[in-house]
Ligand binder design. Structure first.
Ligand SMILES: [Zn+2]
Length: 383
């Protein structure tokens, strides 16, 4: 039964072109009953929202467990500086960590985010995720450049994934990045059954490509400074993406996060060997860490699927997809809002496999609605 009818100037549906003077009818279970321009229901008043309405956002890349590090890491030191500083930061008290995680979850919700792909190395986010109105998928992230430890690292990851499952939380095991995971660990992760979708930090710094192309540079030097043996690292003579991509299963959706140093050729070759790629941009974190943005236009020209992420509060001052959209618009004014909203909604939902409920205004889906009025954004509370 129709309980509410919403009307707006522009309805961004993320399922076809925006509808001028569009309307949404919603039932008592907060599900969408119809989408159109002349909806009527006896006894139900039409509620008008000046501006535009769009579906709730999907944040495909976040690290909730780093939320207590807001403002603590120096800006624009490059990825190597960022990692080294992060390592030195003293572990905070458990209560502070928990409060920061809860607050970050609450802020994401109030900035119109309805689903999150969240990277976790531990179990500090269990409680918040279980209680949250946000739908989470957790990526249990593994590090391990030392190949002799690959088995034990995987074992710890599997145990953590089981703990998530025991808390009724969806999770999959993923590699952290091309520079922090041995070939052996990549292969072990790829062999896991029921382990989808996958995600990896990709080409976040030039030194990552250099490591795979020449075996030299800042990334290799950083690994050596951590006391790691880099002598057995296999130099491929290709960019990092084109070196590791074939190690991951091509039958699982894969999110490539950052892509700051990804070339046109990387996109073309990667798309030709993997047909479920999603390219995630976290522009505010890129500006924070490297003060550089990916060449976003070349991804649009290639016609590939893009999503948006906030990364963590260690490298961002907010967890707001709307602010990520505004940052892209500021640097790429030619990219239309309709495109960015699709990245922020349906593409993220498809990547996480939750498009049955989220990501667009279509009949049967949950009515997660954001109201865009002027430059601002307010999530609508339906009840
Ligand atoms: Zn990240």
């Amino acid at each position: 039964m129709v309980q509410r009818i919403l009307k707006t100037d522009i309805l961004y549906t993320s399922a076809g072109r925006p509808i001028e003077n569009g309307m949404l009818a919603i039932d008592e279970h907060d599900r969408i009953v119809s989408v159109g321009t002349s909806l009527r229901e006896e006894g139900v008043a039409i509620e008008y929202f000046k501006g535009a309405l769009c579906p709730g956002f999907v944040n495909t890349h976040c690290h909730l467990e780093l939320s207590h590090l807001v403002g603590q890491v120096t800006k624009e030191t490059g990825l190597n500086g960022f990692i080294q500083e992060l390592q030195k930061l003293r572990a905070a008290k458990e209560i502070e960590i928990q409060e920061a995680i809860k607050e970050a979850d609450r802020k994401m919700s109030s900035s119109g985010i309805v689903a999150v792909g969240d990277i976790s190395n531990g179990n500090s986010t269990f409680e918040t995720k279980q209680q949250s109105s946000i739908q989470y998928h957790t990526f249990v992230e593994l590090f391990g450049f030392d190949k002799s430890q690959a088995d034990s690292i995987l074992e710890r990851g599997k145990q953590l994934k089981t703990q998530y499952a025991n808390h009724q939380l969806a999770a999959s095991i993923i590699p952290h990045s091309p520079y922090s995971v041995s070939r052996e660990l990549f292969e072990l992760i790829s062999q896991q059954q029921n382990n989808t979708p996958l995600s990896i930090h990709n080409q976040e710094t030039e030194a990552e490509n250099e490591m795979y192309q020449t075996g030299k540079g800042k990334m290799i030097e950083m690994l050596q400074s951590f006391g790691l043996d880099t002598s057995t690292f296999e130099v491929r003579g290709k960019t990092s993406l084109l070196s590791y991509l074939s190690l991951l299963p091509s039958d699982s959706p894969l999110l490539l996060v950052h892509n700051t140093f990804t070339s046109k050729e990387d996109i073309e070759v990667a798309e030709s060997i993997h047909n479920q790629l999603f390219w995630c941009f976290c522009p505010k974190a890129n500006l924070y860490i490297e003060n550089r943005l990916p060449n976003i236009l070349q991804f649009i020209e290639a016609g590939v699927k893009c999503t948006l992420g906030t990364d963590s509060l260690a490298s961002n001052d907010s967890l707001s997809i709307w602010e990520e959209i505004a940052t892209i618009q500021e640097h790429y004014p030619d990219i239309v809002l309709e495109t960015l909203l699709e990245w922020a909604t349906i593409n993220g939902a498809q990547f996480l496999g939750i498009e049955k409920d989220y990501g667009s205004f279509e009949v049967g889906k949950r009515a997660a609605v954001n109201w865009i009025n002027g430059g601002g954004l307010t999530p609508l509370v339906l009840k």
